[in-house]
Design a protein around this ligand. Structure first.
Ligand SMILES: [Zn+2]
Length: 156
């Protein structure tokens, strides 16, 4: 009877994916250090990144707008691992933030620097930091940095 042998085989997949016109516009904006959203013609909500249908009133969306590069850290988690070439590895603690940019009604997720994870809190003001030179992909928006404690009252 043959013996069962377990072999770990690392597999890397490289593939191209058509992202659609809105994400394509978003990436082109990032390559020019602009953060683009789309504004609903009916209820005026602004979504970042852009999408084709309003989540509130279901209107068709097609009007791209530039939003601010500054916003508020709405929420966050602290990461302790990273993925390096498909492998999970330990990493120094870092902040993964949920950010609401000025002039936007939705949030985006990004790495936040400039504050120790133990001192991070919701309501801090942040601004975009760009990769130099920016590239034609999502990583042009490198991370957000804390600019000052926000005066926003959270009521808690
Ligand atoms: Zn709408």
């Amino acid at each position: 009877m043959p013996e069962n042998i377990n072999v770990l085989v690392p597999i890397t997949y490289v593939y191209k994916n058509r992202v659609g016109q809105f994400i394509e516009s978003y990436i082109k904006g990032l390559s020019q250090k602009k953060i683009l959203g789309v504004k609903c013609p009916k209820c005026k909500k602004v979504y970042v990144p852009p999408r084709s249908v309003c989540g509130k009133c279901f209107s068709h969306l097609d009007k791209l707008v530039e939003v601010s590069q500054e916003g508020i850290l709405e929420n966050f988690t602290v990461g302790h691992v990273t993925i390096d070439n498909g492998e999970l590895k330990d990493a120094p603690p870092y902040i993964l933030g949920v950010i609401k940019l000025k002039k936007a009604d939705s949030t985006i997720t990004a790495i936040v620097k400039g504050v120790e994870p133990k001192d991070a809190k919701s309501g801090l003001a942040v601004r975009a930091v760009w990769k130099e030179p920016p590239e034609d992909n999502l990583s042009s928006l490198d991370h957000f940095e804390i600019i000052r404690p926000s005066a926003k009252k959270r009521g808690r």
